[in-house]
Design a protein around this ligand. Structure first.
Ligand code: SAH
Length: 193
């Protein structure tokens, strides 16, 4: 039988997709003027998808790798649920703020404006912050070391493969404006990093 943590994780993933779907549709209608998509970015996206969805779903269905199971505890499920809810809230806030400029990869859209409000006033990559929180939530919710920690590993691959390129692209497009913005914000965690 599925543990409580596993049920919470599945509900969280469903909620994640419900939040994402309308933005994906809207963004597709906005023309792209510069596409920085690359093979390495696609591979990094796959790694994130693998760690945050495919591997944990495989674990939920098959129970493999059983040798990596750990005891489920109430405090870990409760903490995981709180962190996952925070992740979903942050995910929704950053999508709303980014609006039609959202992209699954690195692109500059028609009449692209720099967003510095809402969660973007505190960190430059709140959507990636929400992925970090989701990965943490997954680690607390799934009582298996491999399936649990795969999310954080996938996130790390995507984040480090992308963040430097994304900031270079933003600097090229927005120049001084982005440089100032970088001066007053951190990447992922307010005041820290
Ligand atoms: N890294 C951001 C956005 C992820 S979506 C975050 O974590 O919240 C990726 C797209 O967002 C990129 O194609 C880029 O064009 C756009 N983008 C990133 N930061 C932006 C900002 N501050 N204002 C407007 N668009 C931004």
């Amino acid at each position: 039988m599925a543990s409580a943590g596993e049920v919470v994780w599945v509900l969280g993933i469903v909620a994640w997709y419900i939040i994402r779907y309308p933005f994906e549709r809207r963004a597709k209608r906005t023309r792209v003027v510069s596409d920085q998509r690359s093979l390495s970015d696609t591979v990094a996206l796959m790694a994130a998808l693998f760690g945050m969805a495919i591997l944990p779903i495989f674990y939920l269905v098959t129970g493999i790798p059983q040798a990596a199971d750990r005891p489920a505890s109430l405090w870990s499920v409760a903490l995981g649920a709180v962190v996952f809810i925070a992740a979903l809230w942050m995910f929704r806030r950053s999508h709303k703020e980014l609006g039609r400029y959202w992209s699954i990869t690195l692109e500059i859209r028609e009449r692209h404006k720099l967003i510095c409000d809402g969660p973007y006033a505190f960190v430059r990559h709140p959507m990636y912050t929400s992925f970090l929180l989701m990965g943490l939530g997954q680690a607390f919710l799934l009582p298996n070391w491999v399936a649990g920690l795969a999310g954080l590993a996938g996130f790390a691959v995507l984040f480090f493969a992308r963040v430097g390129k994304e900031e270079r692209m933003m600097l090229e497009s927005f120049g001084e404006q982005y440089r100032d913005y970088m001066g007053r914000t951190k990447r992922l965690i307010p005041y820290l990093y």
